[in-house]
Design a protein around this ligand. Structure first.
Ligand SMILES: [Zn+2]
Length: 74
């Protein structure tokens, strides 16, 4: 994969994460295979005050992790 398209995939992941964090059930096409849809699982780690979100594709299995501070209103 070329560098430019790698960068685009990274950008697509960030957009996907943004969309999913606003609407967890929104359908986001996988930036890697462009066929599957992304799913998100939240793993709360209250001891560290963070939420780890695993975002993964149901077709090709690509996945990314995102760590965010745990919000107190959740
Ligand atoms: Zn995929």
């Amino acid at each position: 994969m070329e560098f430019e398209s790698m960068k685009q995939v990274t950008k697509d992941w960030i957009e996907a994460v943004k969309a999913l964090s606003v609407h967890p059930l929104v359908k986001v096409i996988c930036p890697v295979c462009k066929k599957g849809t992304l799913k998100m699982d939240d793993i709360r780690i209250p001891n560290y005050g963070i939420v780890e979100s695993k975002i993964w594709c149901d077709k090709c299995g690509a996945c990314n992790y995102l760590r965010m501070p745990l919000r107190h209103d959740m």
